[in-house]
Design a protein around this ligand. Structure first.
Ligand code: NDP
Length: 500
C-alpha cells in the first residue's frame, strides 16, 4: 500500500494570511536592547517549506556579533538594575513575559508554522505551554534558598544559590517556541543574562519575541539574540570565554561537538539531544487508544521530534490487527497546509531535511526493509513527505538505529516482557518511551526497566509545563530541563563560613 500522491492544498506564500513579520524584508538581531544588523551586513534567507517561497531574511551574525552580545549580556549581569533586582520583582517580570506570550500566541504560533512547517495545532500547543513554563519559573526567584549548616558554637555556615553569569542558549528548528522556554525561563529566574542563538532556518519567532520582550520591564541587555549559522555564531558562542554555560538542544553529533568545545573554557553544559524512542504495545492494551498514540508518536511534527516514537514493537499475536488499525489511523496524518485547521502534519522543515529523510528511504530499501506505506514525496511542491511505515526490519539496520527525523516508523514484534525490554533498550539513545498495556504490573516493570528519561504509559508526548524534569539517558543528553532540577543547572552554590 502506498499513500496517494496529490498536491496538498497550499496557497502561494504571497496569498497566505501570515503575519507581516515573516513576509519579505530583513529582520534585525537584538543586542544590548537595540536592534542591529550583522557587523558584516550579511543576511540569511528563509523559506516557507509549504510553498518553497521566500520569507523575511535574518542577519548572518558571526564571532564579532556574538562578542558584542556577550559584552552586552555581561554588562547587564552586573548592572544593579538586574543584579540587585528583588526576587519578587524578577518573578513579576517572568509573569509579564508569560503575559506577552499569551497575548501574541496566535502570531508567534503562525510565524513558527510558516517558518518551519509545523501545523498550527502543534505550534498553538507549544505557545500555550511556553507561557505556562514562564509562569512556573516566575514562582522560583523568591524560593531560591540555600541552607544553613551546623558548624559549631562559634561558627556559622550557610550556602547561597547564585547565578552563573552569561548563558548561551542554542536550540533547534523543529520547535523554536517549544524548546526555548525550558531554557530561558529558568536562566532568568536564577538571575542570569542570556545570548540566544536560534536555528538558522527558524529564527523569526525568536526575533519577534525579542521585540515583544523590549516592551516588558526586562532591563536592556538581559536577553540578546544573535542569528546566524551554527558553525559561525553558534561555535563562537560556545567558545566565548565570557559565557558561563551553554544550554543546547540539537542533534547528538552537534551536542558532542559543543561539549568538546565548551571544555576549553570549562563551561557548564546541558544537552537535550536526539532519540530513537520505542513505543511498546502489549496484547492486553486498548488497541484503539494505543494505535492513535503510536501513530502520533512517529508522525507528529512530521516525525521531526526528539521524542519521536519511531521504533514500534507489538506483541506477537496482535501484529496483524494492530498494523491494520495503524494504517487506517495514519490516514488522519495525511500532510496538508500547516495553517489549515485540522492539519496534523505539515511539510518537512527544509529541503535539506527532505533530502535527508528521502535518503533514509533509499537506505531502507537497500537494507531490505519493506515499505508498508508511504516511502517518498507527497504532492508536487513543498517539502511534504508521505507518512511511512517500514517492516521486515532487523535490529542492526540503519533505519532502526539512527534518528531519521521524518515521518517514518519501523515496526517489529516481541514475544514477552523480557524480550520487549531488551528490544526497547537496544539503542544508543534514551530520551523517551511509551508503553501500552492495561496490566499494572507490566506497566510498572516496563517503566522501571526502560532506559529513558521519560516513560509514558498509555499516553504519548505529554510534555510538562515546567514542573517535571525532562532529559535524556545514554546519548540523548546531559542534565535535565524543568522543575527544580532544571533551575539548579542555572545556579552555582557558594559556601559562606563565619567565625562568630
Ligand atoms: P543541530 O544539532 O544541527 O542544530 C542545533 C543547533 O545547534 C542549531 O541552532 C544549529 O545552528 C546549532 N549548531 C550547529 N553546529 C554548531 C556548532 N558547531 N556549534 C554550536 N552550535 C551549532 O540539530 P537540528 O537543528 O537538526 O535539530 C534536530 C535535532 O535536535 C534532532 O537530533 C533532535 O532529536 C534534537 N532535539 C532534541 C530535543 C530534546 O529536548 N532532547 C528536542 C528537539 C530536538 P544551525 O541552525 O545553523 O545549524
Amino acid at each position: 500500500m502506498t499513500a496517494a500522491v496529490s498536491v496538498p492544498p497550499v496557497a502561494g506564500t504571497a496569498r497566505r494570511d501570515i503575519p507581516a513579520f515573516v513576509r519579505a524584508g530583513e529582520r534585525m538581531m537584538w543586542i544590548g536592547g537595540r536592534q542591529v544588523a550583522a557587523v558584516s551586513g550579511r543576511t540569511l534567507p528563509n523559506t516557507d517549506p509549504a510553498t518553497e517561497e521566500a520569507l523575511a531574511g535574518v542577519p548572518r551574525g558571526e564571532a564579532a556579533d556574538v562578542d558584542a552580545a556577550v559584552h552586552a549580556a555581561r554588562a547587564a549581569f552586573t548592572d544593579p538594575a538586574w543584579a540587585e533586582m528583588s526576587p519578587d520583582r524578577r518573578g513579576r517580570i517572568l509573569n509579564q513575559i508569560a503575559d506577552v506570550i499569551e497575548e501574541h500566541a496566535d502570531e508567534l504560533a503562525t510565524i513558527d508554522s510558516v517558518n518551519m512547517g509545523a501545523p498550527r495545532v502543534l505550534t498553538t500547543h507549544m505557545l500555550a505551554e511556553a507561557s505556562e513554563v514562564f509562569r512556573y519559573y516566575a514562582g522560583w526567584p523568591t524560593k531560591l534558598s540555600g541552607v544553613s549548616v551546623p558548624a559549631g558554637k562559634d561558627r556559622m555556615a550557610y550556602t547561597r544559590k547564585e547565578p552563573l553569569g552569561v548563558v548561551g542558549i542554542i536550540w533547534g528548528w523543529n520547535g523554536p517556541m517549544g524548546q526555548l522556554p525550558g531554557k530561558l525561563a529558568p536562566a532568568l529566574a536564577a538571575g542570569n543574562t542570556v545570548v540566544l542563538k536560534p536555528a538558522e532556518t527558524a529564527s523569526l519567532s525568536t526575533l519577534r519575541l525579542a521585540e515583544l520582550l523590549a516592551g516588558t520591564d526586562l532591563p536592556a541587555g538581559v536577553v540578546n539574540v544573535v542569528t546566524g549559522l551554527g558553525a559561525e555564531a553558534g561555535q563562537a558562542l560556545v567558545a566565548h570565554p565570557g559565557v558561563a554555560k551553554i544550554a543546547f538542544t540539537g542533534s547528538t553529533a552537534t551536542g558532542k561537538l559543543v561539549q568538546r568545545q565548551a571544555a576549553d573554557t570549562l563551561k557548564r553544559v546541558t544537552l537535550e539531544l536526539g532519540g530513537k524512542s520505542p513505543s511498546v504495545v502489549f496484547a492486553d492494551a486498548d488497541l484503539d487508544v494505543a494505535v492513535r498514540g503510536v501513530a502520533a508518536g512517529f508522525l507528529g511534527n512530521a516525525g521531526q521530534a526528539c521524542v519521536a516514537g519511531s521504533r514500534v514493537f507489538v506483541e506477537e499475536g496482535i501484529r496483524e490487527e494492530f498494523v491494520e488499525k495503524l494504517l487506517k489511523t495514519m490516514e488522519a496524518f495525511t500532510p496538508g497546509d500547516p495553517l489549515t485547521r485540522g492539519t496534523l502534519v505539515g511539510p518537512l522543515s527544509t529541503k535539506a531535511q527532505f533530502d535527508r529523510v528521502s535518503s533514509y528511504l533509499d537506505i531502507a530499501r537497500e537494507e531490505g526493509a519493506n515499505v508498508v506505506t508511504g516511502g517518498g514525496r507527497f504532492g508536487d511542491h513543498g517539502y511534504f513527505f508521505a507518512p511511512t511505515l517500514l517492516d521486515d526490519v532487523r535490529p542492526d539496520m540503519r533505519v532502526v538505529r539512527e534518528e531519521i527525523f521524518g515521518p517514518v516508523g519501523v515496526i517489529t514484534t516481541f514475544t514477552d516482557i523480557d524480550d520487549a525490554i531488551a528490544r526497547a533498550n537496544d539503542t544508543d539513545y534514551g530520551l523517551a518511551a511509551s508503553v501500552w498495556t492495561t496490566n499494572l504490573t507490566t506497566a510498572h516493570r516496563m517503566a522501571a526497566a526502560i532506559e529513558a528519561g521519560t516513560v509514558w504509559i498509555n499516553t504519548w508526548a505529554e510534555m510538562s509545563t515546567g514542573n517535571l524534569p525532562f532529559g535524556g539517558y545514554k546519548q540523548s543528553g546531559l542534565g535535565r530541563e524543568g522543575g527544580l532540577e532544571g533551575l539548579d543547572t542555572y545556579t552555582q552554590v557558594k559556601t559562606v563560613r563565619i567565625a562568630l
